[in-house]
Design a protein around this ligand. Structure first.
Ligand SMILES: [Zn+2]
Length: 371
């Protein structure tokens, strides 16, 4: 990778070229992809009152009900930044609470696939955390079925294929986690391929040990495993994810850069980091793109994918984020092709789809290499 100096603005890679690259996105939360128009429609269907003016709905910090007084997370003064992660999670609870019927759930899943396709994303592992969807409490697997129906329809219509990573919330108990995995293992809902855990590590402390039995049961049942760590926790969270939870991928994990032994372990065990620079910068983990340690991770040999996390409230798309990353980190076209290939390889897509997408990517790149 050419990661020494930022490229001049003139060499910024066009977003249309980025859209044309076959790629996967593996760290994106369904809860963070609702378009403003879709939220307003859901609110109207439910007769729900908006927490503030429609035009500033994603500016969580302006809505008193989402801002918690103890929040100390820094921010950029935009969007979710000032409210911090806790306020943002409360916003997700409100928004997802508007999805009350199977038809509405299928609709948001379909809209997600369409949104992904618009960025040239051909496959996604999408994270769904049912604790945000309060109308489905006790019926979480029915929610999974409804979402799968929307994803089925999207795939039939030629949109992005997607499978679900069912996410635990970090504040759930070990027993709750064990019960969820037992249900998943028994019913094997369609399109649920993986177990995940997300939520605020700063608020909950270390939770690796707590979820150990649930993740071991998931592994035994053939579920894949991806774990949020190394964002609101330091390197110790990533160690816990590897050692206690047998994570196959780390969502974020960027703070692994603070621990050389940990980077070595990620390389040795072939565990990619699912990075989301815009999300980390907006939430104040890093002050700007220039200080984001992508080059150090790549130069060390750590595998990475570049993702959006929660693109709707962050007012971004994957193609825009890749274009900004290319300019900020001095990535050229070959670097982006490498990232596209890594996104496909790191995904939980089936082997046939991976091979097709990688072949398609190789066909795009081959003529240029010959010339
Ligand atoms: Zn995330």
């Amino acid at each position: 990778m050419s990661t020494q100096a930022p490229a001049p603005a003139a060499s910024r890679i066009d977003e249309q070229d980025i859209r044309l690259l076959p790629k996967a996105e593996v760290h994106v939360h369904l809860e963070g992809t609702f378009a403003l128009a879709d939220i307003l429609r859901l609110a109207k269907e439910n007769g729900a009152t908006l927490p503030g003016p429609a035009v500033t709905l994603f500016d969580v910090s302006t809505h008193d009900e989402f801002v918690m007084p103890e929040v100390t997370t820094g921010g950029t003064g935009q969007g979710v930044g000032v409210a911090g992660l806790s306020g943002f999670l409360r916003f997700l609870d409100w928004q997802c609470g508007l999805v009350r019927t199977a038809e509405q759930a299928a609709r948001v899943a379909y809209a997600f696939a369409a949104r992904q396709s618009a960025s040239g994303i051909r496959y996604s592992d999408v994270i769904v955390n049912p604790t945000h969807w309060n109308a489905w409490r006790g019926r979480e697997l029915d929610l999974m079925d409804a979402l799968a129906a929307g994803l089925d329809e999207a795939e039939q219509d030629g949109l992005c294929s997607a499978n679900i990573a069912y996410s635990l919330l970090r504040t759930q108990t070990a027993t709750e986690a064990d019960d969820i995995v037992a249900d998943l293992a028994a019913r094997r809902p369609r399109r649920v391929l993986a177990l995940s855990v997300d939520g605020d590590e700063k608020a909950s402390g270390r939770t690796g040990e707590k979820f150990r039995s649930a993740f071991r049961a998931a592994e035994a049942a053939g579920l894949r495993r991806t774990v949020h760590a190394g964002e609101s926790s330091g390197p110790e969270g990533v160690w816990d994810a590897i050692e206690h939870l047998h994570a196959e991928r780390i969502d974020h994990g960027v703070r692994a850069v603070e621990d050389d032994a940990l980077m070595r372990r990620l390389i040795d065990d072939d565990i990619p980091l699912d990075l989301c620079p815009r999300s980390n910068i907006t939430l104040g983990l890093y002050p700007d793109w220039a200080s984001y340690p992508l080059a150090r991770l790549l130069d060390a040999g750590v595998r990475v994918t570049l993702n959006t996390d929660d693109p709707a409230p962050l007012a971004s798309t994957l193609d825009q984020d890749w274009a900004v990353a290319a300019a900020a980190f001095g990535l050229d076209r070959a670097d982006l092709e490498h990232l596209a290939a890594e996104s496909i390889r790191a995904s939980f897509a089936d082997d046939d789809l991976k091979r097709d997408l990688l072949d398609e990517l190789a066909a795009l790149t081959a003529p240029r290499e010959v010339a």
